[in-house]
Structure formats: C-alpha cells, structure tokens
Design a protein around this ligand. Structure first.
Ligand SMILES: Cc1cc2nc3c(=O)[nH]c(=O)nc-3n(C[C@H](O)[C@H](O)[C@H](O)COP(=O)(O)OP(=O)(O)OC[C@H]3O[C@@H](n4cnc5c(N)ncnc54)[C@H](O)[C@@H]3O)c2cc1C
Length: 433
C-alpha cells in the first residue's frame, strides 16, 4: 500500500479551519492523505465576533464549533495542543503538555510528524512593551480574554449601580486602538449599557458611561478609506464616545492611561486593542520572520526557508509590492486558505504552485444596533462604493455566513440562520450570567 501523505495544519481559526474542512472533504477518508488539525483550544469561534462576546451581545456557547465533532464529519483528525517547537530536518512539530484546572498533567509533551505543515496561528495585539499594559489592561485576542472582560464589565456595572462611596455617578471605559476592534467595541459597550439598564441589572445609563477611544493616528480606522473613518467617527461622537486622536499612550496603571503629552485618561476598565503581532513561538521555530513575528512567505504562501511549510492568515507576512504586506484580516485568511488548498494539491501532484493574489472586497464596520458603515470594492479597477445602514449591516452579517458556509456547508448555514432568528425571539439579547 502506498504511504499516506500527512498534512498538519496548526491553528483552526478563520483560515485554518476553512483549510482543513476543504482538505478533509476532498482528500480525507480516501486513504492517501491524512489531514490533521492542531489547535490549542477545543473549540472555534470566528474572531471578528470577539467584541460581541466581550459585551455579552453574543453567547459564545451558541456559536462555537467543537473541533472533535466537526473533524468527525469532515474527513480530518483533530489534536488538542499548543505548538512549542519545530524540527524541520525530521519534519516534526512539538506540542506542549496538557494540564487540568488543578495543574495535574493529563498529556505529556508530544511530537507529530508531517509531510506538509501549514501554520495558521493568527495574531495577538501588540502593546509594544508599553509599561503597565500587560498587568492592567484587558485584551480581546481569544474567547477566554473576551469572557474575562465580560465578567469584569458586569461586575463593574453592578458595583457602580450600588451607588456606594466612590461608585456613584459616571463609569468610564478607555480603549486603546481605533481600528475595527476598538471602534466596534465602543459601540457595543453603549448598546450593552442600554440593555443592562433595561433589564434592571444596572442603574448606569448611556449618559453615565464615558467611552474613551484612543488612537495614535490622526483618525480612527487608519487602515481603511478616509470616508469610512470620517463617517464612523461622526457616528461614534454622536453616540457620546470621546475620540482621542494623535494620542500616544506611554503607560497604564490601575486607574487608566498616561499619554505622551503628559495627560491622564482615567478609567474604571481599560482595554488594549492596538497593534498586530504573531505569537512569540513563531520567531522561535527557526523560520525567517518579520520583527512582529509574522512568518515570511513567498508569493505562493510557502515559507522562504522551507518548501514543505506554508503560512496563512495573520501569522503570515506575504509581500504585496514594495514594503507592503497582505493585511491581517479575515478575508485575507479566507483567500489564503483557498490558495494553499490548491498549492498543497499541486505540490503533491508535482505541479507548479500558483501565486497568491489578494483581492480587497471592501471593509465593513458594525456599530452594534446603531448603524453599520463600509465600502464594497467593484470591478478590476477596484472602485469603492460606500454603504451604510441596513444594507451595510446585511453585508456585515453575510461575511460571517460565508465563513459558516465554508465550514458547515450551505444547508447547515441556512439552518443556523433560522435558529439564530428563533433565538433572537426566545433568548435575552444580552448574556447576563
Ligand atoms: C475583535 C476583533 C474584530 C475583528 N473584526 C474584523 C473584521 O470586521 N473584519 C476582518 O476582516 N477582520 C477582523 N478581525 C481580524 C480577523 O479576526 C483576523 O484577521 C482573522 O481571524 C485571522 O485569521 P487566522 O486564521 O489567521 O487566525 P485566527 O482566526 O486568530 O485563528 C488562530 C487559531 O490558532 C490557534 N492557536 C494560536 N496559537 C496556537 C498555538 N501555539 N498552537 C496551536 N494553536 C494555536 C488559536 O486557538 C486559533 O484557533 C477582527 C479581530 C478581532 C480580534
């Protein structure tokens, strides 16, 4: 019997899960290819939803995908584990030991061999080593962090509602990073405040919540077209968000932030949602990386050091012209997964690999139930069409549906849309416990 080719994908996120689903469907179960997904977590949630998990607007238990259950019906295998090392000579990766909540070891450190390796580990926010940030700020890089923030948020609202000494009056939340995460979180916080007040959970209303959105660039959403940034900023300011433009944070403490200009921005809760960098492990694998730990790949998404290793999504540094890189976005991860699927098959068949061409289909920003704004790119010339309101919201929701379709198929995605509609009627609009 001919030997099996093993493809190991590390990271089951926006890119990795779509890739193993496609590989498993087309190649898995046929005996020739063994597709294995490794992820540090047992479940997947689409990362652009994390700001909704952080405010309770989305109950993650309703949307998360169990890797073992998904693997069983999609032709691939799943292994729980965090990548800690790579032996390129032996074509093996190393996975960290697994411990239970009490710290007792359940599984020892393990090795897993591969014929092809795809790294899809995503990214985390970059605090650029700013003093006090790691200790005092909340991050939204994982469901665990989003859930930790949600609990802190509920407790802070409860404490302020008591009206005890020092807790009466305003509640203040400061967010560093005026990108999509910071902007969308600001609006979700105002929406959650309205709902908490309507449930009688808290006496704080929207007028008593100060949201500070802090951005180092001259405008919010600096990576998106200016008219989207302008439109979003106007909407946020109308809602009562204070935007601090051209404001560099030099340190954080338990009471808020200190700016480069020497001003203080005091807050009850602080969130760091700025910068993008790969996990530290990526620069410890012996592969060429950028200073932000992203793995350098060539135009076919193969590592510049090893033709058996691919990288996709936020953890990949894929050149896009002079000193420009494919942006770290869900649509990039989705498109890269499609190209790597084709290139893996080409490589196994001894055919030439195809270059990756990033296509910007536009960007959409959701401001909770208040509004949505974005642009759609049309035609080869990339003409940009501004969309707002209900239409923008529809396109925003359809992005998630596209991801669901890639991992569940059209029928299950349609069923999920129906179930979501039913849950909107049956369940509270905010997760309160
Ligand atoms: C709050 C928020 C809102 C966003 N909104 C948008 C948006 O509106 N539009 C948009 O285009 N993009 C948005 N993004 C960015 C988008 O989520 C990412 O670009 C996209 O998820 C990247 O996909 P990925 O597959 O590279 O990584 P991810 O989706 O982050 O997946 C990485 C996976 O790797 C796993 N992993 C990490 N480390 C290890 C390890 N050592 N070993 C094993 N497994 C590991 C993780 O558990 C995870 O499952 C948003 C991001 C955030 C945080």
């Amino acid at each position: 019997m001919a030997e099996q080719t093993r493809i190991v994908v590390v990271g089951g996120g926006a890119g990795g899960l779509e890739l193993v689903t496609k590989l498993g469907r087309k190649l898995g179960g046929k005996g020739k290819t063994d597709v294995v997904l490794v992820d540090a977590k047992p479940t997947h949630i689409w990362k652009p939803l994390l700001h909704e998990v952080a405010t309770g607007a989305l109950d993650q238990s309703l949307d998360e995908v169990s890797y073992p259950a998904h693997a069983r019906t999609h032709g691939y295998r799943y292994q729980l584990g965090a990548l800690t090392g790579l032996d390129r000579e032996a074509r093996k990766i190393r996975l960290a030991p697994i411990h239970d909540e009490q710290g007792t070891q359940i599984l020892a450190e393990r090795e897993l061999s591969y014929d092809y390796l795809v790294l899809a580990l995503g990214s985390v926010s970059n605090d650029f080593g700013t003093p006090g940030v790691a200790e005092h700020c909340y991050f939204l890089d994982s469901t665990t962090q989003a859930e930790t923030f949600r609990r802190a948020l509920l407790n802070t609202f409860l404490r302020h509602s008591d009206g005890g000494p020092g807790h009466a009056g305003k509640l203040s939340i400061a967010i560093v990073g005026g990108g999509a995460t910071g902007v969308e979180l600001s609006a979700e916080l105002l929406s959650a405040t309205e709902m908490l007040s309507s449930y009688g959970y808290s006496k704080i209303d929207r007028q008593q919540l100060d949201v500070h959105l802090i951005e180092a660039a001259p405008r919010v959403l600096p990576a998106l077209p200016e008219r989207i940034g302008t439109s979003v900023a106007r909407e946020l300011e109308n809602l009562g968000v204070t935007i601090h433009r051209e404001t560099m944070i030099t340190s954080a403490d338990e009471n808020g932030f200190l700016t480069k200009a020497g001003e203080r921005i005091d807050a009850d809760l602080t969130v760091w949602a700025a910068g993008v960098r790969g996990a530290d492990i990526l620069s410890e694998l012996g592969l060429t990386t950028r200073p932000n730990n992203q793995i350098r790949v060539n135009e076919t998404l193969v590592s510049v050091d090893d033709e058996r290793i691919f990288a996709i999504g936020d953890c990949a540094a894929c050149p896009m012209g002079e000193d420009k890189w494919v942006p770290p976005r869900a649509q990039s991860a989705h498109q890269m997964a499609s190209t790597v699927y084709k290139n893996l098959r080409a490589s196994m068949d001894g055919r030439a690999l195809k270059p990756f061409k990033y296509r910007d289909f536009g960007s959409l920003i959701s401001l909770a139930h208040f509004d949505a704004v974005g642009n759609l790119m049309r035609g080869a010339a990339g003409r940009s069409l501004l969309v707002e309101g209900k239409l923008a919201k529809l396109f925003y929701v359809s992005l998630y549906r596209m991801h669901q379709r890639a991992i569940h198929g059209a029928f299950k995605t349609a069923l999920k849309a129906v179930v979501d509609g039913i849950n909107n009627v049956l369940r509270p609009r905010l997760k309160l416990h």
